[in-house]
Design a protein around this ligand. Structure first.
Ligand code: SF4
Length: 311
């Protein structure tokens, strides 16, 4: 927001672009756009992002976050749109030294080179600490009106926001699931066991407990009512199996992409173990497969006994 406002103060027309995948959303950018009236284009980039994410050139951060290649890809895609729409350069709100991995001098240079738009990426908040860019050389931007912020402190940004009269802004950190330990383990498991992944499978990784029963079979067990609703939302009746205890309250269990019959029985027992059904008592469980409905009678497996399946 601040970098856009700085440029707008110079009379430069600015437009934002924000990207969506199952790992991060455009929500904060849309809120910011409403707050200060900068137009924003939203693009879902899941397929191309996945190609990069499977084997990022620069590797991952602490979890499954490929921050450097993520930035490079985003600038690359934004650069293509810049040319398409007819803008002159790219800018971002990055601040030198603000993030340990992705905003060091070397990382910023890496991103520029890999983006395919070296020289065209302006960071208005830190510009005076960085090499001069092509739009500055061309006189499209007045370097004297740009800033020299660096480091982790956000105090100067908060002060600047006040000067611009911006009082509501999204929190700076968070929001990317690739930096979340639990999500990252589930994603890694998916990458290790499948060659292709649908967008809904990536969304499903956000909800419930995930248990790997064998190389080809994984189940997702709802922990809360909200989990159950989310699992239902991404359930595909043509591909998945869904399991629910018939006469006692309990979770929804989803087995993405069907599953073999013995695995369905095991999943039904696990589903029962997490339900309110009495222990060591056979109960009826409804198993809905892409081929139709079936009722099976199983005894629940206590959750303590299946911990080794948890991803
Ligand atoms: S935190 Fe996520 S969205 Fe941000 S740069 Fe890293 S991988 Fe990309």
């Amino acid at each position: 927001m601040l970098s856009a406002l700085l440029l707008r103060k110079q009379g430069i027309e600015v437009q934002w672009i924000t990207f969506e995948t199952p790992f991060f959303s455009s929500e904060k950018a849309l809120q910011a756009s409403k707050t200060i009236g900068i137009p924003v284009i939203v693009r879902n980039i899941t397929p191309i992002y996945l190609k990069m994410l499977i084997n990022p050139r620069s590797g991952y951060g602490k979890h499954m976050n490929p921050c450097m290649d993520c930035h490079a890809l985003m600038f690359n895609l934004a650069g293509d749109m810049m040319k398409e729409i007819g803008f002159d350069f790219l800018f971002s709100g990055e601040v030198l030294g603000q993030r340990p991995m992705s905003q060091t001098m070397n990382s910023l240079r890496y991103v520029e080179k890999q983006s395919g738009f070296d020289g065209y990426i302006l960071r208005p908040l830190s510009a005076k600490n960085l090499p001069i860019t092509i739009p500055e050389q061309q006189g499209l931007v007045n370097r004297d009106m740009l800033l020299d912020l660096s480091g982790r402190s956000r105090k100067p940004q908060i002060k600047l926001a006040k000067e611009f009269g911006v009082t509501t802004y999204p929190s700076p950190a968070g929001g990317c699931l690739l930096t979340d330990k639990g999500y990252a383990s589930r994603l890694k498991d998916l990458f290790e066991h499948q060659e292709t992944y649908s967008e809904r499978e990536l969304h499903l990784l956000k909800h419930g407990r995930h248990l790997r029963l064998d190389k080809a079979t994984k189940i997702i067990v709802g922990r809360t009512q909200k989990d159950n609703e989310s699992i239902n939302q991404y359930y595909d009746g043509n591909m998945d199996t869904i399991i629910k205890v018939k006469t006692f309250p309990g979770p929804i269990v989803l087995m993405p992409n069907g599953g073999r019959n013995e695995m369905r029985i095991l999943a039904a027992s696990i589903c029962t173990g997490y339900s309110k059904a009495p222990e060591i008592t056979p109960v009826e469980v409804l198993v809905t497969t892409p081929e139709g409905n079936e009722t099976v009678r199983v005894i629940g497996v206590p959750p303590a006994e299946i911990k080794h399946f948890l991803i």
